[in-house]
Every structure is written in C-alpha cells, then in structure tokens.
Design a protein around this ligand. Structure first.
Ligand SMILES: [Zn+2]
Length: 1008
C-alpha cells in the first residue's frame, strides 16, 4: 500500500516508525538488506525530526550501522538535519576526512581555495575497487571526452564505454542562505559507503559519486555566524546575509561564462579534470523538490539535443520514483527557462555533460518552522500533479530527506543506465568536434590587428579558462567574412541610400598571428555560445526571462570575432597556442614612454602601478615614429626602464620609448583617490565593481552610506566617489532612510560569536541609511570638485536628490529590455570619458533605463516647452497654414526639433527672469546615447525599442566645480562588460577634466 492511499489525518495517527516500515514494502527494489544492522538511535531521531512521515522515503528513513565508519553524528553531535545545528565548512570537511580514514570507499581531494583563502574540496565515493583504479578509469573517460584521441572510432569508444564507469558530480550550497546540502551530503556519503542494500550497492559499484559539499565556502561560514547570532538572540530580528562570497551573493551562480570567481574555476576544473558526465547543483527556494533541469522554453540554442532529451529522461524518472514513494510536491518543468549558460550547472551542459539542478525547500537555517506557501507554489498544474501543501511544518531534516532521496533516485537511475550515458557522453563530444560540417560555424577568428590587444587578450583568457583550444595563424589567410555594415543607418536617411543593398559577405585577408577558435574541438559548444549573438523574440511565449537574454562576449568586450562558416579556414596554417603570450617590451629608446589609448582597461592599472611616475594624457592625437597615438594616450616620465617593463608585462600593454615628449598638448593625471560607497541593503551589484577594481589593481577605500552620512569633509580624502548600482529593486527612499529603525539593532561585525562577519566592512547596526546629511555631504563633495560616478538605480538616485541638475529619467512606456546588449553612439567625442573609443560601443542594459536632458532644472522634454505644432481647424489642407481674415498672415518661427538626446533650446522668452535656467557651463552633457532604432539591438530581447532609441545613455552633470557621471547602463557587470570598463576608468583618471569650460573644475573644452 502506498502512502498516497492514506489521508493526511491518518498519518498523524500512525507512529512514524510503523509507517516507515509499511512504506518499505511498497517496492522490494528499495528494501534494505535484512541482515544489515541499523543504527537504531540515529534512525529514531530521523523519524523524530521528520515533521510528517510522508516527507521521508524508504531510502532515507533509516541509517545502516557500521562498527568502523563514523556517522555524521560524530561531528555534528546529532543526526544530519537535526534542528539548531548548522556546521561550518571546516566541520563538514572534518567529517569527510574521518570517512576517508575509516573506509577505502571515500577519498577527499583539495580542489582549490576561495578569494578569502578557504579550502574547497571534492569527495569521491565508490566501491574500493573502483576508487583504487579511478585514474585508469579517468584515462578512459578522457578518451571519450576527446574522441580525436581515438580517431573518432566508434568501435574503440564502445570498448572504452564497456570498461568504464561514469562520474556524477554533486555540488552543494553555492547559495549561502540555502543551508541544507552539507549535512544531506555528509549522510549521503555515509550511506553510499556503508549501506549494503542492493539498491545502494549497485550505485557504489557502477559509478563514482563526486561531491563538493560547500561551493561558496566564504558565504557558508558567514551564514553559520548569522545563524549562531540568531540562536543567541532568539526573540530578535537577525541581520540579513548582506555579504555571501567576498564579492557577490546570488550571482555566484551566474559566473559560468566569464569564470571570474575562484569557486567557478575550481568547480569547472574539477568537472573537466574528472571527465565527469553530470554536474548537479543543489539549491533551496522552491517547495518541496523542484528538479528544474528540464525547465521551460526557450532552451539554450547551442545545446546538443541529445542533452535536452537526457534532461527529460532523468528528470521524469526522478519525479516518478518520488511520486511512488508518496512524497508530495516533487515536480520538474516549472518556470525556469534554460536560455542563459551563466549557471554553475551549465558548465556541464556546455562541456558535453549533463547539467542538473534541484530546488528543495529550506528555512534559511536549521529552525523547524511553519511555512505558509503562496497559491503559485501549492497549486496543481500539468507538470505538478501532486503539489506541495499550502501550509507545512518544515524542518532541516525534511530538507535532507528530500535531497538525499532525490539524489539516490538519480544516482540509481544513472548507475542502471551507466553505459547509455557514457555512450551519450562520447556522442556529444564527437558531435561537438563535427560541428564545422553540420550546424557550423567552422571557426571564430580574432584578427591580430585588433585595436585593443588588452581586451582581446581578456577574451582569450576566458576561453582558455573554459578549456577551449586556441590556435594562431602562421601565414596570412584570405577568407570570406560577413560584410561590415556601412555604419549606423540614419533614421532620416534618404530613400536613395536605403535602396543600395549591402553585400552579405566580403573577402578579407587575416594577418599572421590571428587567433582561431576552431569548432572541430570537444569544447566548441561553449566557445560558440559565448562568441555568437543571441536573439530573444519579443513575442516568445516565455514572458519572464529567468536571467539576461543576451551575453555575446565579443560585443561586450568590443572585440572583433569573425564567425566563419566556410570550413576552409580549418586548413589554414596555424599552431595551437600552448603558452601564455607575453607582450613585447617597449620599443625604441629614451626616458619618455608612450602608450596608445585604445580604451584598454589596464591603462588604469598602469597609472596605479607606476605610483611615482609622472603621467600625462594627450589632449590631441599625435603620430610618433610612424605610430598613431589617439587623443587620451599616455605619456610616462620619471619611471625606470625596469619599472616600465614589468608594468607593461603585467598590463599586456605596449609602449614606445622616445627621448623627448612629442609636441602635443597634454594634462597631468594623478592617481586619483577613490572611495567606493555601498549601502547596507544589498552589496551584490556593487560587488562586481569591487571585483573589477581588485582584479585591475585599482586601489579604493570601501566606505558605506553611514560613513558618508557622518563625514562632511569627503573632498579632502577623495577625488572620486563611486556609488555603484545597489540592485534588488532598491530605490532612492530606501537608500536615504535605510531599514526601518523599529525593532533591534542589526550588527554586522566580527565578534567571538561571529568570527566571519565584518571582514569586508562592518557596522554596529545595518539599519541607518545615507540620511539627508549624506546627500548634503555628497553634494559638498561634488561642488568642491569631486567626481561622483553613478549607474542604473544610483543614477536615478542622483537625479532624485538634485545632484544632477537638468537630467531626468526618460519615460519607459511598454519598452522591454531584460539583460540586453544595446548599441550606442558617441555624442561628445571630446569628452575624456570617451578616450580611446574609435568604434560604436555595445553596452549592457538591465531594464532599458535611459535619460533626458534639459537646460532648465526640473524640466523634462515633455510637454515640449511651447506646446505642439499641430495645425488648428481652418482653411486649406493639413500642411497649409491657417490664415486669419482681415489682416496679413504672420508666420511663426519654426519650433526647434531637438533630437531625443538633445535639450530643448531656450528662446529669450523662456530664459528671462527664470531662476531655473541652468548656467551654460553647468548644463548636463550627453556623452553617449543609444543607437538609432534599427541598429539598437545587439543581443537579447528588445521590444518597443523606439522608446529607448537615441536617448541619452551616459551623461556628465555638473554641480559647482565637480561632476556627477550618470550611466543608464551598468558599465561594470559580472566580468562581462569589459568594453565599457574604460568609460569608468577614463572618468576616474580625468576626474578634474570633465567640465565644460577649460581650466579644471568644469574644465575641459568639450562641445556645447
Ligand atoms: Zn539557489
């Protein structure tokens, strides 16, 4: 009899242990070995901490006993999932190492460390005979992973498959408030190593289970601190986990494309290094177990259909088996779209494996509490026929039951079908190599004559980290490439221009030394997905994209990557790049060094590394020794040759040395003193900025809104204050007010109880915000010549608080932008912010923010000053003037028709005695605008783009002697927006040259 035959009331009446035994009879395949001893005490506590019997299964409702192998109790002091117990990562590791010393079925490996130096581990569990020979097994898997090594021979592959067992890699707790996985995985490893039931034995002897119990180790330790604080202050609100990892929170699961975080690289290297077939990531946010692998459309367009079918196989087996156990709320599909490859699990999808993900239910700690679900969580739908209960008392043990049961079901299915999945693994690897001749393309080419070697190198470094092979041509190659567009099509272009069709392809000779990303390699799929463009149809049935809709890295890096469809490119002479390429040292001789500015991110590194050198920036283009140096190029003096050489190596920049500075106007650039200001509301979006600055060795003071609230003299300390986006839908009133002041203080600091908090920044109370004093202090800072940099919601903040006179937010209407890449056009080429940019820049927009400018404070573009031009009822046709009778006709001056990025010009009538008119030198300057409608979309979803087209994207607003820079886009995002980083760094280096009038303050000679 299955549990589903009982009513819920009946469960309440039956003793838990009896019910569990009844369940065990439903299917003999789950039966435990009757001869095997049970750890009675542990088993009773499993039942005790499980809040309802149906929230457990015959696979996990007992624990086998062992006289030699310690149970998790040895470290936890109670069973896995017991209330009130949340172990630190080191305790979790201690248990796995105890297992390793007690049984030959467990091996522990260090796989790397985190940004804060904490260890990451992977634990292999399998039969001792498999683990003793895991290296031989891995050598066979390596051949299946790269079928070129066996000449793509299917018969050889079949032999290898027969001799091999697969590797199933499980990762836990990447998301720190999702706390259940470590204890579930401790107990799972014990079961896999100890249990002699046929079900478990089969798994153990047919596959290797690989486990990283804690992915976000820094965040785990902070989360345990918070939980301990909560237990010590039981009746108080407890602080939110405002920092997870060192840089980002939830977005640590969006880093699988650019691999900027240590945890991403450590997991990918482990997955690739073991030649695993599955990467299965554990999360907790959906009741009771959502196997989100199958997900919803649109599916990522670069996946092998074999994989998407594997998702269905494994996912539906998972749901079916747990349905048979009578466990409520287990489902697959759901509303997760499978478009973006940024998720950790997607590393497997993009490297010929299988990506999987569970969302289980969790309480953000180990308290047992009553949870009230929302209708969309408990409703029955076609893919969720046995939905979760509307209300449930939920424990961490319940969570562990679900996670372990689901994993065992998956492992069992995988073991039972190991040969099929290994063969699929080989097939997917082979089909990745065959890509040039089926779906294409044949290759991507990154030409050697790329303007910014720095940005190109950064893109190549990501591909290399993705284990993509890179080749380099050894002779010039002439190929057919997509024709270059003749530039932005003007909306008002004449019909004559429009009729000339542009050719689709053109012949191009690619110079020696160009980089070729061949698609006839095993990991072609990730390279293709990253280098291609994305298109999300505005009328796609999926109306709520789960994450960004576009990510094309060449566009975001502003690097040319030619998509070559002709397989002939693969026959060109080229070598595989084995070593890192170091740039040539400075050429020429002399004590003055010139570095061309091609909007290279690491120019800023150069300034801060050569601390004592005299550095200036050219105010005009200049040619020296036949080499072009665009406006904004760098001149270095008073630095030793050795210093310059080592700095160039570090920055991947090239320089020429000359004996005297060329005769060109220049201005000095100091190493401006930077502060980065964060709120206590959310730190993730600004965390990406911190990470970028750290990676580029740009020093900054990390301050918070409370510091600024109490510190008036910011200008004596700082030249630049960065207020990076807050995110999380935080708006100006919250930035100013902070969290409500009722209730108790919420400390974030290092104490004996919370040793892992306060490391990045600290406060006695997270609640107070910036306050009105903070706004005043920022205003004084700018008025005294400082530069305030804002973006997205903080640009809105600057507008809302009067720090950006003449700037307003453009109406959004029904515009739809969801993490979309958009083209821009330069409005003010003389602004130092745009130094080095020679071609149109693509920017990342989260939701389509754009801005308008006005020459009047508080003024907006609509209604237009002066009303509309529509003719009134009268004589003639629609285009004729109305003429009053009895007097001569007097024509009006035509009304001005500014472009969407321009302010409405003011006439004498409008400026007379008007205190709101902004003095000419303080009027906001639009530096960059969104492109015209037809060329606006680069990658992703854009609907009703006409509402955004041509509107201002980057504005310099002026206040007193200083500048407020407003980005409607986010120029520093997830390590992806490398092309727009230099906008920020140019602004920083030239912070005192961003005004309208020459001579500092509002200073440079930019166009009116
Ligand atoms: Zn999660």
């Amino acid at each position: 009899m299955s549990f589903s035959a009982f009513s819920r009331g009946a469960f309440m009446l039956c003793a838990a242990v009896f019910c569990l035994q009844a369940t065990a009879q439903i299917d003999q395949s789950y039966a435990r070995d009757p001869k095997e001893a049970i750890d009675q005490d542990y088993t009773e506590r499993i039942a005790k901490y499980t809040t309802m019997p149906e929230l457990n299964s015959p696979l996990t409702n007992y624990l086998p006993a062992s006289s030699t192998v310690p149970t998790p109790e040895k470290v936890l002091g109670d069973v896995s999932g017991a209330p009130d117990i949340l172990p630190y990562a080191e305790d979790v590791y201690r248990y796995f190492r105890l297992l390793e010393s007690a049984t030959p079925r467990v091996k522990v490996f260090t796989i790397g460390h985190t940004e804060e130096g904490r260890e990451m581990i992977a634990v292999a569990v399998a039969d001792e005979s498999l683990l003793a020979h895991y290296k031989e097994n891995d050598a066979r898997l390596a051949k299946l992973a790269d079928p070129r090594t066996i000449n793509m021979n299917d018969a050889t592959a079949a032999d290898l498959v027969k001799q091999s067992v697969p590797v199933y890699y499980i990762t836990g707790t990447i998301h720190s408030p999702e706390t259940g996985a470590p204890t579930a995985l401790m107990e799972l490893a014990y079961r896999l190593a100890v249990d002699d039931s046929p079900y478990i034995q089969y798994i153990r002897s047919h596959m290797i289970t690989l486990i990283t119990p804690v992915v976000e180790v820094d965040g785990r330790d902070r989360m345990v601190d918070i939980y301990k604080w909560h237990k010590a202050h039981p009746n108080e609100n407890y602080p939110r986990l405002v920092y997870w990892g060192h840089y980002v929170a939830h977005d640590n699961n969006r880093d699988a494309m650019t691999l900027t975080l240590d945890l991403s690289r450590n997991v990918l290297d482990t997955y690739i290094g073991w030649h695993a077939q599955v990467l299965h990531d554990l999360h907790e946010s959906v009741p009771f177990l959502y196997d989100n692998t199958v997900g919803d459309e649109p599916y990522n367009a670069w996946l092998d259909p074999i994989l998407t079918n594997e998702w269905q196989m494994i996912g539906w087996n998972n749901v079916q088996e747990m349905t048979k156990f009578g466990m409520p709320g287990v489902f697959t599909h759901g509303d997760f779209d499978t478009w973006s490859p940024g998720y950790l699990m997607f590393m497997a999808a993009m490297h010929n494996g299988i990506s999987r993900l569970y969302e289980t239910f969790g309480n953000g700690g180990a308290d047992t509490v009553e949870r009230i679900l929302t209708p969309d969580e408990y409703s029955r739908t076609w893919y969720r026929q046995n939905p979760p209960y509307p209300k449930v008392k939920w424990s961490q043990r319940d969570n562990n039951n679900y996670e372990e049961t689901a994993l065992l079901v998956s492992l069992s299915y995988f073991a039972q079908n190991a040969q099929t999945f290994l063969n699929n693994f080989y097939l997917k690897s082979k089909r990745s190599i065959l890509k040039p001749n089926d779906s294409g393309p044949a290759a991507y080419v990154l030409p050697a004559d790329e303007e910014s070697q720095d940005r190109q190198r950064m893109l190549l470094d990501i591909l290399r980290a993705q284990h993509v092979e890179i080749s380099r041509t050894t002779e010039p190659v002439t190929i057919s490439v997509p024709a270059k567009s003749k530039g932005e099509k003007k909306d008002d272009a004449s019909d004559k221009d429009a009729k000339k069709p542009e050719p689709k392809t053109e012949s191009r000779t690619i110079p020696t030394g160009s980089y070729v990303i061949r698609m006839d390699q095993p990991y072609s799929r990730i390279a293709d997905a990253l280098l291609d463009r994305q298109y999300w149809a505005p009328d796609d049935p999926q109306k709520t994209p789960y994450d960004d809709t576009g990510w094309s890295l060449p566009a975001l890096f502003s690097v040319e990557a030619l998509r070559i469809t002709e397989p002939a490119i693969l026959k060109a002479k080229m070598d595989t790049v084995k070593e890192d390429l170091s740039p040539a040292g400075p050429s020429g001789s002399g004590s003055v060094y010139l570095v061309a500015n091609h909007a290279d991110p690491r120019i800023v590194t150069l300034r801060y590394t050569l601390k004592n050198a005299t550095i200036s920036v050219t105010d005009a283009a200049v040619t020296v020794s036949g080499q072009q140096f665009p406006v904004g190029s760098i001149m270095i003096r008073n630095a030793s040759a050795d210093e310059v050489k080592s700095t160039l190596e570090k920055t991947n920049l090239t320089a020429i040395a000359v004996s005297a500075a060329p005769s060109v106007a220049a201005h000095p650039v100091s190493a401006p003193r930077i502060a980065m200001m964060h709120t206590w509301l959310s730190t993730q979006t600004e965390g990406w900025w911190r990470q970028a600055f750290d990676k580029l060795s740009v020093p900054f003071d990390y301050i918070n809104t409370q510091t600024v609230s109490s510190e008036d003299d910011l200008r004596s300390k700082y030249d630049v204050i960065i207020f990076a986006p807050v995110g999380d839908d935080v708006r100006t009133p919250q930035i100013v007010a902070g969290l409500p002041m009722w209730g108790n203080a919420l400390p974030w600091k290092k104490t004996d109880l919370t040793p892992n908090l306060g490391r990045i920044d600290s406060t006695d109370d997270m609640r107070p915000g910036l306050g009105y004093s903070g706004i005043d202090h920022l205003r004084h800072f700018v008025e005294q010549g400082g530069l305030l940099i804002t973006s997205q919601d903080t640009a809105q903040f600057a507008i809302d608080t009067g720090l950006a006179p003449g700037v307003s937010v453009a109406p959004h209407g029904n515009l739809k932008v969801v993490g979309t890449l958009l083209a821009t056009s330069v409005v003010d080429p003389k602004s130092p912010v745009l130094y080095g940019y020679s071609k149109p820049l693509t920017v990342y927009s989260e939701d389509g923010l754009s801005m308008n400018v006005s020459n009047i404070v508080g003024g907006t573009r609509a209604p237009r000053l002066g009303g509309n031009e529509e003719r009134t009822t009268g004589r003639g046709g629609p285009d004729d003037p109305d003429t009053p009778q009895g007097r001569p006709y007097v024509a009006a001056d035509p009304l001005p028709k500014p472009k969407p990025w321009e302010p409405m010009p003011l006439n004498e009538e409008q400026t007379r005695n008007n205190p709101n008119v902004i003095p000419t030198e303080l009027r906001p300057q639009v530096l960059l605008r969104y492109a015209d409608k037809d060329s606006l979309l680069v990658s992703g979803l854009l609907d009703h783009g006409d509402l955004l087209a041509q509107h201002a994207a980057v504005i310099a607003a002026h206040l007193g002697k200083g500048t407020v820079l407003l980005f409607a886009n986010n120029p520093v995002y997830r390590g992806e927006t490398i092309g727009s980083y230099p906008l920020v760094f140019n602004a920083i280096l030239n912070f005192d040259h961003l005004g309208r009038i020459s001579g500092g303050g509002p200073g440079a000679s930019t166009a009116q």
